[in-house]
Design a protein around this ligand. Structure first.
Ligand code: CP
Length: 341
């Protein structure tokens, strides 16, 4: 693992109470989370190891409140809870909760907090997780909130698992520092792109290439953040040149659920921004292909068989990264013996 210059002790890493935004994480935290995740997943190899993990948080309960569709994030968080012995409950459709009877979202979430120790929430509304965290912090029973995707705004735990995947992929080539990462697709509304960009500023020498049709270019606030942190970046619609210059190509789908007029995205020509088997020859020999998934036509299924394709592994990494993150939030990560850190 490539670690930051300062060698910190485990006790020096601040444990977050909530996970709301990618920018709350710094390099020591990311290095620690990667090491913790590597260590925890080794427990999966034996029955005794899995039983140990299940004993860590068997006294805790979690609520998964997902009012926007999800496959990976929901299932990987639910699996992470089960790995740690946490009992989980869920609402996946506000129309079958008392919100249907006119209860406010604030009252609904405060009610959940009466029953559980952790709320993992996905919502189409940007900023809702922060608002709920503030609300619960002011009560006599604050519980941890994890943002599992908030509108086009943030997806911090996806970014954490993306960092873990990059870190593992570049373990033999000096880590993430100095690498060129290309992000492709709907960069305007892709929350994974926003959150991952925010985390990548922690790695000296990083270069970012954003490749998209101009209609889906990154937003001004992201550009401003990159400039403020003196991150080298470029925007281009030359897909072939972009992927050929990169160590990691991070493909994303068009986020047409956020179209202000239904079907508006269809008017944008995205055909140049797709990876097929024919494109593999343009990639550097050790380049990797990632995707937060779900995908549509931006990666052809024939690419799945190439060793450069890491998106299925990325999904599984998500379960282990989220398991490690929950141990930190609920204060049991120090029960996992680590190699030197
Ligand atoms: N990457 C991701 O958030 O996938 P889901 O929408 O399936 O959870």
């Amino acid at each position: 693992m490539s670690t930051s210059d300062s060698k910190l002790m485990r006790g020096d890493i601040p444990r977050p109470f909530h996970v709301l935004k990618a920018r709350q994480f710094d390099r020591p935290f990311l290095d620690y989370l990667c090491l913790l995740t590597d260590t925890i997943r080794k427990f999966d190899k034996t029955t005794a190891g899995l039983k140990y993990l299940q004993s860590l948080l068997s006294h805790k309960r979690a609520m998964l409140y997902f009012t926007q569709p999800s496959t990976r994030t929901f299932l990987s968080f639910q699996s992470a809870c089960h790995i740690l012995g946490i009992k989980s409950s869920e609402i996946r459709d506000a129309s079958i909760s008392s919100e249907r009877k006119g209860e406010s979202i604030e009252d609904s979430l405060r009610t959940f907090s009466s029953y559980v120790d952790l709320i993992i929430m996905r919502s189409p509304v940007a900023g809702l997780c922060d608002h709920i965290a503030d609300l619960l912090d002011a009560t006599d029973r604050p519980v941890s909130i994890i943002n599992a995707g908030s509108g086009p705004d943030e997806h911090p735990t996806q970014a954490l698992l993306d960092i873990y995947t990059l870190n593992r992929s570049f373990i033999k080539s000096g880590g993430i520092e100095g690498k060129t990462i290309c992000m492709v697709g709907d960069l305007k509304r892709g929350r994974t792109v926003r959150s991952l960009s925010q985390l990548l500023i922690n790695y000296p020498g990083i270069k970012l290439i954003y490749s998209s049709p101009k209609e889906f270019n990154i937003e001004a606030d992201l550009k401003k953040m990159l400039i403020e942190h003196k991150i080298s970046f470029e925007e281009t619609d030359d897909f072939i040149d972009a992927i050929g210059s990169s160590d990691a190509v991070y493909m994303t789908r068009i986020q047409d659920e956020y179209d202000s007029v239904a079907g508006a995205s269809k008017a944008v020509d995205t055909s140049k921004f797709r990876m097929s088997g024919q494109h593999l020859k343009y990639l550097k020999p050790n380049a990797i292909i990632m995707h937060p998934m779900p995908r549509r036509e931006e990666i052809a299924p024939e690419v799945d068989h190439d060793p450069k394709a890491k998106y299925w592994r990325q999904e599984r990494n998500g379960m282990w990264t989220r398991t490690a993150l929950i141990t930190m939030l609920l204060g049991v990560d120090n029960h996992i013996a680590l190699p030197d850190f």
